[in-house]
Design a protein around this ligand. Structure first.
Ligand code: PMT
Length: 410
């Protein structure tokens, strides 16, 4: 870690005083810390304190001619191994989520090609506000890493989530982030490797009704499938995404069809054929209630009801054996044990070209989380990738599929 460069953005919050200690702790570990202080941040700590502790000039102005002469904002944003925002205020997160670039900090966050670690700090109502939570979800999806906030008494007198993590917790998060790959490949820099091709992707869970108010579901968020659809579109493909009920936004430039049940998903997929590539990332319910009730099921004296499950159609297997079979049929395997063995069995049983296997045991946090560790299982063998943000898994997968299309198969 020694010698790695941190660009620390200090936002305007009472927790800015902790950033002084954070600079000291990072430097104790041999890290080079360059500080950007926002206008609001300068209301809480002085540039002089930060300059003394970091041993470097503190950057404050976007349009500082002297700074531009020596180091432009683009260079400043790229010359780090990791960008850290502490405190990350609601305003800084909102700006980053919406791509604003109207001051030095927001411009750096938009221009950087490095991973960003944010330590949020704000009043608990601001943190819990749906707008902030939406922004955080967007930023997580974009690959931003979060540490905290913690619960506790706040400077404003309230108690709850919103306290910035302690400097040593942030240092631990910095160390963990630096241990991984900190360069973010630029989505727009994705070569148009799928130009002219048509891709169908399924994503999210399916909901299988029990009665008008209850359903069988699973914990899939749609993050992985949606990221794949987005990466395919960024690579120039014409993409149809068939999504179960999710709260993630529809990917840009993708035709998204919203469905609820496995049978609706199959119908939408078949309607979208023909295609060159099919990627089944949805967590399709294997079973549904044979006779879903029209009226709400009542609690009765005869005890709990029997649901009478019947098997759903297998969308992946259907597409793989379809008269209009896409050239590449890619399935996923969500397993909690013997991940590779089960994935190999699914590859053969469902007759697909490639299976992307992932361990969805609760401890992995894969279902609903922002990162994934996948194994590519084909007849040719098994390739394991490091743990990556789902957007990067998606980009790599698309590059892999483009290569397979070029080779004429899997
Ligand atoms: O949505 P996220 O929160 O981002 O989580 C991502 C994920 C874990 C859901 C995703 O990475 C994943 O593993 N998706 C497949 C989930 C699943 O249902 O796996 P499975 O092993 O049960 O099914 C194997 C394959 O058959 C899958 O491609 C699945 O889409 C498909 N299938 C399964 C049943 C069925 N009736 N029809 C199908 O097409």
């Amino acid at each position: 870690m020694t010698g790695k460069r941190i660009l620390l953005i200090v936002g305007g919050g009472i927790a800015a005083y902790k950033s002084l200690d954070l600079v000291r702790r990072l430097r104790e570990r041999g890290l080079n810390v360059r500080v950007v202080l926002t206008e609001a941040g300068a209301q809480f700590v002085t540039p002089l304190s930060l300059a003394s502790l970091s041993g470097q000039e503190v950057h404050q102005e976007l349009f500082s001619l002297t700074a531009e002469a020596r180091m432009g904002h683009i260079e400043l944003s790229r010359d780090a191994d990791l960008v850290v925002i502490a405190p990350a205020t609601a305003d800084l997160l909102a700006k980053a989520a919406h791509g604003h670039a109207n001051d030095l900090a927001s411009t750096l966050l938009l221009a950087t090609d490095k991973r960003v670690l944010a330590a949020p700090s704000m009043n608990l109502r601001m943190w819990l506000h749906p707008a902030t939570q939406r922004n955080v979800a967007t930023l997580r999806g974009d690959g931003m890493i979060f540490v905290g906030p913690g619960d506790g008494a706040m400077a404003c007198g309230e108690f709850g989530p919103g306290r910035m993590s302690e400097p040593l917790e942030i240092v631990a998060a910095v160390e963990a982030a630096l241990a991984g790959d900190t360069v973010i490949p630029l989505p727009m820099a994705q070569p148009p490797v799928l130009a002219g091709l048509r891709v169908i992707v399924t994503s999210g869970p399916t909901h299988e009704p029990i009665d008008p108010v209850r359903y069988i579901a699973n914990r899939s968020s749609g993050k992985q499938g949606h990221a794949i659809a987005q990466a395919a579109a960024n690579a120039g493909a014409s993409v149809v995404l068939v999504s179960g009920p999710v709260s993630v936004p529809d990917p840009a430039g993708v035709q998204t069809v919203h469905v609820e049940t496995a049978r609706q998903m199959l119908e939408a997929v078949e309607a979208a054929l023909p295609a060159d590539i099919f990627i089944g990332a949805a967590a399709v319910a294997d079973w549904r209630v044979g006779a879903a009730l029209v009226e709400k099921l009542k609690k009765g004296a005869s005890g709990p009801p029997t649901l009478g499950l019947v098997e759903n159609p297998d969308i992946l297997a259907t597409v793989a054996s379809h008269a209009r079979r896409p050239r590449l049929v890619v399935g996923f395997a969500a397993e909690t044990e013997k991940v590779i063995d089960h994935a190999q069995a699914k590859l053969a049983r469902k007759k697909c070209d490639l299976i992307v296997a992932n361990d969805v045991s609760p401890a992995t946090g894969v279902m609903g989380g922002d990162a994934n560790t996948v194994h590519l299982v084909s007849k040719g063998g098994v390739e394991t990738w490091p743990t990556l943000p789902k957007a990067e898994v998606a980009q790599r997968l698309i590059a892999e599929l483009a290569a397979l299309m070029g080779e004429g198969g899997a």
